[in-house]
Design a binder for this molecule. Structure first.
Ligand code: KG4
Ligand code: ZN
Length: 359
């Protein structure tokens, strides 16, 4: 079966065409994976502006569609249309949903809603080998970690159609904290890759930032306090607290060396909680694997910290990351999530739900 998937929950307009084939529908192939990034448009504002995102989605959707579905033959081959219904920015989500509804009507194809979080959860299936039944034969139970600009979540996956949320962030998401710290350090948006780059030049043991909730016996996270610690530390290091003039995070006068130490120490504190809680979940639930999805999964440092933690605790588990292009927002993951909803006969209402969560 062919699935056309549409994703517009945040600042990437994405359309993908998936082909599920094989005798037992065991092969998932990404035929097209198109993403129109809006980073340059939002960068001057230091974050995503919802109405600008909506405007860009409206502009980009028909362009991407013409590339993904160039002719009548491709239209005829489509069996299912999938669209992200949440969570995300509601004006942005609505543009994708309206667009998908119109296509569904025009082409007379069924339409199914998908969760953006489930997209990241299932993104590990988008590997080069496309036989997902073989690929997942010996990996469950598994701990699936979703780390992005909107989410920080640990999920126990007992099987492809059976999962349960273990915990999530109580405030900011980990990617969001990287974006905020980048702004404090005067680095461009999106901040994650910039902070990681700067951290490479610094000493991660220079400053002892807190790793919030690390000792709590649950699987929840909190990142807003860590970001505030970074802000106050930089204020103190720059001497701004003694200044008579009101201080502002843009005006911190510190050396590049201090900035690099702050970035490295912050990154260590941010990822320490994730690696410890992931290791604990693996032990508690006898997990055989860890899957990691979401934009922050693109971080080489996070991959290394988790690997090192498992080694240190002598936990033997497969570490499964999607290719980088499927860590970031994309529509292929939405097609996969929608496919499993379709198999489970799970239906989301076809309207934007900015706070749609998983259980
Ligand atoms: O999954 P994604 O593309 O969008 C959301 O669903 O949020 O994730 C984007 C987030 C941003 O916050 C970005 O700063 C973060 O992922 N990110 C990183 C890295 N690359 C992207 N965070 C830390 N280190 C990275 N290398
Ligand atoms: Zn995302």
């Amino acid at each position: 079966m062919k699935i056309l998937a549409i994703e517009t929950s945040c600042d990437e307009t994405a359309i993908s065409l998936l082909d599920v084939s094989g005798q037992k529908a065991e092969k998932i192939k990404v035929v097209k994976n198109l993403v129109a990034s809006q980073i340059k448009i939002h960068a001057p504002f230091g974050g995503v502006v919802p109405n600008l995102a909506k405007r860009e989605h409206l502009k980009n959707l028909p362009i991407l569609l013409a590339q993904a579905v160039p002719d009548k033959k491709t239209i005829d081959s489509i069996d299912l249309i999938a669209v992200t219904v949440g969570p995300g920015l509601e004006p942005a989500l609505w543009t994708g949903i309206q667009f998908a509804k119109e296509l569904s009507k025009k082409w007379k194809k069924p339409l199914i809603g998908a969760s953006h979080i489930e997209g990241h959860l299932y993104s590990f299936l988008l590997q080069k080998t496309t036989n997902y039944k073989l690929q997942t034969k010996n990996i469950f139970p598994a701990v699936d970690l979703v780390v992005s600009g909107g989410h920080t979540m640990l999920v126990l996956m007992k099987g492809l159609k059976n999962y349960k949320k273990l915990g999530e962030t109580m405030d900011d998401a980990v990617g969001e904290s990287f974006d905020k710290v980048a702004r404090i350090l005067n680095l461009p948006y999106p901040g994650g890759p910039e902070v990681e780059k700067m951290a490479k030049k610094g000493n991660q043991n220079a400053i002892n930032f807190p790793s919030p909730m690390i000792d709590q016996k649950n699987y929840n996270f909190s990142y807003s306090g860590l970001k505030t610690s970074v802000l106050y530390k930089l204020r103190d290091l720059s001497g701004a607290q003694n200044s008579k003039k009101p201080w502002h995070s843009d005006s911190f006068n510190v050396s590049e060396k201090i900035k690099a130490d702050v970035a490295a120490s912050f990154q260590k504190a941010a990822f320490k909680v994730i690696s410890k809680k992931t290791a604990r979940a693996l032990k508690e639930f006898k997990g055989k694997s860890v899957m990691i999805g979401g934009g922050v999964a693109a971080s080489k440092s996070l991959r290394k910290i988790i690997k090192d933690e498992l080694k240190k605790q002598n936990i033997k588990a497969n570490l499964i990351f999607p290719p980088i292009k499927y860590c970031m927002d994309n529509a292929a993951m939405i097609g996969v999530a929608a496919y499993f909803n379709y198999l489970k006969k799970k239906k989301y209402p076809l309207r934007a739900n900015g706070i749609l969560n998983i259980k």
